[in-house]
Design a binder for this molecule. Sequence first.
Ligand code: ADP
Length: 196
Amino acid sequence: MKIVGLTGGIGSGKSTVARMFEQLGVPVYFADDEAKKLMITSLPLMDKIKKRFGEKAYDEGRLNTGYLAKVVFNDPGSLKALNEMVHPEVESHFRKWLAMQDASYIIQENPLLYEKGRQDQFDAVIVVTAPTELRIERVRSRDGATKAEVEARIQNQMDQDIKVKSADYIIQNDGDLGSCKEAVRAIHKNILSTIP
Ligand code: ADP
């Protein structure tokens, strides 16, 4: 089974694209969503997080994201530590999920695939791009975030041009949803043609 990575900066439309692949019957693993779930369901992981960040990391079983964001913002070392705790859990969860799939290929949607240097773990990588102004507009209306907030989040991510250079497939998502779907269909067809 081929493992295809799907990534793109915030607001590029990668979740939208991921759902379009799902509609074509491709199983999609949403790495970020699963990571968030594991942080509140995996007891060994929760123990590690509490040991490093204190009981305050959780608030009545929910992740205290406000507190964690503050800690991580003031100390980049702690962000690395958190990632190093979460990553192996997600990886083993993904492998178990993968073993249950019956398809010629699957997709892992991963916002920070390049930032985390994971590109070599995939048979192919799809990068979704869109002009920065459009990404800001989309996130503003999706999350109700301010322009400055979205810009700060974009600043924290790797430049899309760098991702595009090493992508196997690029979806320039600057048109309507119909043309996005067309691009998804074409890539789906192409991936299937590479599978014996
Ligand atoms: P990401 O997962 O990359 O952050 P999303 O897929 O959540 O981005 O898309 C951001 C917002 O933009 C969502 O509200 C989505 O519905 C919208 N969107 C994405 N692509 C398009 C498009 N081609 N046309 C119109 N709206 C779009």
